[in-house]
Design a protein around this ligand. Structure first.
Ligand SMILES: Nc1ncnc2c1ncn2[C@@H]1O[C@H](COP(=O)(O)OP(=O)(O)OP(=O)(O)O)[C@@H](O)[C@H]1O
Ligand SMILES: [Mg+2]
Length: 806
């Protein structure tokens, strides 16, 4: 895109901003100085942001030599426009820069001088008594002010500021006027509008109160009688704040050049705007995007894979390891050589031109003919969304097939218009409609039937259900949940799919919601509430749909899908979820690359990685279609690894992405150990024995799960660092396979009550000889919500549900 004042001016002219209400249109000269005044990067000229126009118009204002009698209206017009647009946005432009926490040495007390008004909050009437001309009556104006004070409204703020600076000899305000000015300055310091607008000149949110206090101090010494009188005539409202703002801008530019420079560099280095420009090679390509859009079980992935398999060189990006493995097997079985690439596993098939990978692992360096990005709606996932966004923006492929529900269709359209890619949409319907069974299971697990998949949202519930079904019926259950290795999940899935054995019921968590092709006749929701990491909440409708959609897959034994709930209480919520249209997602996830974090670290040397990420999220700039992905998990690992000396920032960053259950102290301990050995340049040992046999109770089962996760972490690290530092890959692989087998065996005979990984948490009610599911938490949630007391006091703390993760 063309740069420079002329180009910017033409962009402004063609922007959707309505200038017709303004007397002054920004001139080329103005634009030119704006470029110098602002950081002259592309991001500083973001026409979508109100702050851009406000700061630009302030400059127009500053530069208009003859303001004319309507200048005040002009100023107010700008103010009103932006004030209302900010209010519509919920109190501030979310795309502008959030506040910067004051660093040591920058706070009010450390930079205050003796004349500065301290404790600006309280000191409303704190004025320099020397400046008040006690003899002046309120009608008096300063010498030579025969025109009255109204002319102040039309003054050029830059000139006015200079005059205030040189105002030693000017007439001083009266006491009553000064009291009003003092109140206005107090309001100015508290004004969210002013703080937000100040970002346009790189006065950070947290520095703003300091700057405003200094400004107040300046005004207390320099304010002239006519300015005070004019401000008093405006009163303590928004108009006075808006009048003062351009003068404040002048003041800041002169007083705080270092702070402005520092904040500007910080913002520049935390700039996540225009992410499509991060991939210039992909932008140079003419890409064709095909969006396979439809509900579950409508043939999206099947159709996308046809194009992939026909291509000379193709890549399939999966949301799960399990699905990547499934495609790897399927494609190889059809005689097309295909490699597998997941965080934990690299199977390079000789002569293969096709790869099946997890979306996090996809390379944006290689060039492909056809790429498939499955479950594209995961772009909006709060934690993992960035991986899908990166794949869509960065893949160098002539043709990219996206498979997903319609929720991100509009965002994808917008992104394609930005990237210049050609978008084709193919809409699908479900092969057979999903039918809700209104009868439910009437609260009795004895009513399960062959081909049922009972869905529960915690490991504890899954084992309770399995135990109860196997105790009270003749059915045998397979189980699938997130903490199980993909190999074990697969083994359980094939056990369930095989009609020639006694395993005819599946008990699963939401880990079953994506990808697996299972012979499910009916999905039965054991409950419709889950622990979201903080409290028990109803399962979101999108997830309910995705899981229910597992019933009745085309080509399976049960092509007609049914769904219901265990309890009648939950049925309405199920129907409500299924009836709900797909969300229209407005924002998708982003996360900085290491290089971006490294650049930012240059601004804040000597802070911990966790602190650095926190600062990054406070200061980063994002365009309207993006959000910064949650990274609490990464920060938690970063905090733990802080005590490990000798890790470079990059190593630290990479260790933080290792797949670890942060709630499992044993797994965290092993990660710490791996990082410590690595930092000392020692070969990293597995240092963990192979279990003797399958689990005999739940704590042994938990131990097997943890052990497998530790091995999986070791393998992941070995692929992200060098094999010299993680030399026991073969051993880790064989141990992982052995443990996955033991887990499978353990699950087949599991008939014990589940234990909690986190001791001490209250457990759901249980009957001595069986199960008793808590009453419908959805209902309970609704009832309690109306009682308006804090949620955590109302609900029993369940164990977390398993994360659906690659
Ligand atoms: N044209 C077809 N011929 C034969 N089988 C098909 C065809 N289309 C889809 N299938 C089969 O139907 C099942 C569901 O298809 P697919 O996995 O593509 O659905 P989907 O829309 O991607 O579902 P989900 O959203 O759950 O991933 C699969 O087992 C697939 O092999
Ligand atoms: Mg699919």
């Amino acid at each position: 895109m063309a740069r420079g004042p002329a180009a910017l001016l033409s962009r402004i002219r063609s922007s959707k901003h309505d200038f017709s209400r303004f007397r002054v249109f920004p001139s080329k000269r103005c634009i030119h100085s704006f470029g110098e005044w602002r950081n002259p990067t592309a991001s500083a000229f973001d026409l979508s942001k109100p702050a851009f126009f406000t700061s630009l118009m302030n400059l127009v204002h500053l530069q208009s030599a003859s303001g004319g009698p309507n200048l005040r209206d002009f100023r107010n017009t700008i103010g009103a426009r932006h004030f209302s647009s900010m209010r519509e946005d919920g109190g501030g432009d979310e795309n502008t820069v959030p506040g910067l926490t004051i660093e040591d040495g920058d706070d009010i007390s450390s930079i205050s001088d003796s004349t500065m008004v301290e404790n600006g909050d309280e000191g409303k009437s704190n004025c320099d008594s020397s400046m008040v001309e006690s003899g002046n009556s309120s009608d008096d104006v300063g010498s030579g002010e025969s025109l009255g004070y109204e002319h102040v409204a039309y003054r050029d703020p830059a000139e006015l500021y200079r005059e205030l600076c040189d105002s030693q000899t000017s007439a001083k305000p009266t006491k009553s006027d000064w009291e009003m000015v003092s109140e206005i300055l107090h309001n100015f310091r508290k004004s969210g509008w002013a703080a937000n607008q100040a970002l346009a000149i790189y006065i950070g949110m947290s520095f703003f109160p300091t700057a405003a206090s200094k400004f107040r101090s300046f005004m207390s010494k320099k304010c002239t009688a006519d300015v005070a009188k004019y401000l008093a005539s405006l009163g303590p409202g928004d108009a006075a704040v808006k009048f003062l703002f351009p003068i404040f801008v002048e003041f800041c530019l002169e007083e705080f050049p270092d702070e402005i420079k520092r904040f500007r560099s910080m913002i520049k280095s935390a700039d996540l705007t225009k992410p499509h420009t991060w991939f210039p090679f992909a932008r140079a390509m003419k890409r064709k995007i095909i969006y396979h859009c439809g509900p579950t079980n409508s043939g999206k992935t099947y159709n996308a894979l046809q194009g992939y398999m026909e291509a000379k060189k193709g890549i399939y990006c999966s949301p799960l390891r399990l699905l990547a493995m499934e495609v790897f097997d399927k494609v190889n079985a059809l005689g097309i050589y295909c490699s597998l690439h997941t965080g934990q596993e690299k199977k390079n098939v000789p002569f293969s031109n096709h790869t099946s990978c997890t979306v996090e692992m996809v390379s944006t360096d290689d060039i492909y003919d056809v790429a498939v990005i499955d479950e594209i709606q995961m772009m909006s996932d709060p934690c993992r969304g960035y991986a899908w966004t990166r794949a869509l923006l960065g893949l160098k492929a002539d043709e990219i097939h996206l498979c997903g529900d319609p929720s991100v269709l509009n965002v994808v359209r917008k992104i394609c218009s930005e990237t210049g890619d050609e978008l084709f949409e193919q809409h699908y319907e479900r092969f057979k409609p999903l039918v809700v069974e209104a009868k439910t299971l009437l609260g009795e697990l004895q009513n399960v039937r062959s081909g049922d998949c009972v869905v529960a949202f915690s490991r504890r519930e899954i084992f309770e259900v399995k135990l109860a079904i196997e105790k009270h019926t003749n059915h045998r259950c397979c189980v699938i949940y997130g903490a199980l290795p993909p190999e074990t999940r697969r083994q359980q899935a094939s056990l369930f799919n095989d009609p020639d054995n006694e395993y005819d019921v599946l008990v699963a968590s939401d880990a079953v919601g994506m990808g697996l092709n299972l012979n499910i006749r009916r999905v039965v929701f054991y409950s419709l509430s889950k622990y979201n990491g903080d409290k028990i909440v109803p399962v979101p409708a999108t997830q309910v749909k995705q899981i229910a959609g597992r019933a009745g897959r085309r080509g399976s034994r049960y092509p007609d899908g049914l769904t219901t709930t265990l309890h009648l209480d939950d049925l309405d919520y199920l129907i409500e979820c299924l009836k709900q249209p797909f969300d229209d997602i407005k924002k998708v996830g982003l996360f900085p690359f290491f290089e971006q974090v490294e650049l930012f670290a240059g601004q804040l040397p000597d802070v911990t990685l966790s602190h650095l990420l926190e600062k990054f999220s406070e200061n980063c700039r994002l365009d309207g279609s993006y959000f910064l992905c949650r990274h609490d998990h990464i920060k938690k690992v970063a905090n733990m690894l802080q005590k490990v000396q000798g890790l470079s920032l990059e190593d630290r960053f990479n260790f933080c992405f290792a797949p670890v259950n942060i709630r499992d102290p044993k797994a965290m301990y092993h990660l710490l150990r791996f990082a410590s050995s690595y930092s000392q340049n020692l070969p990293v040992n597995i240092a963990m024995g192979m279990p003797k046999g399958s689990a005999r109770n739940d704590s042994e089962l938990l131990d097997l799960e943890t052990k497998h996760q530790v091995l999986s972490m070791y393998l992941w690290l070995s692929h992200h660092f060098t094999e010299e530092t993680f030399p026991y890959v073969k051993k880790a692989e064989s141990m992982a396979t052995g443990i996955a087998d033991l887990l499978g065996q353990s699950l087949s005979k599991a008939c014990w009550k589940p234990e909690s990984r986190q001791a001490g948490k209250p457990k759901p009610q249980q009957k001595e000889d069986g199960y008793e599911r808590p009453r419908s938490l959805v209902k309970l949630f609704d009832e309690r919500r109306h009682e308006k007391s804090p949620e955590h006091e109302k609900f029993p703390q369940h164990e977390h549900s398993e994360k659906v993760a690659a």
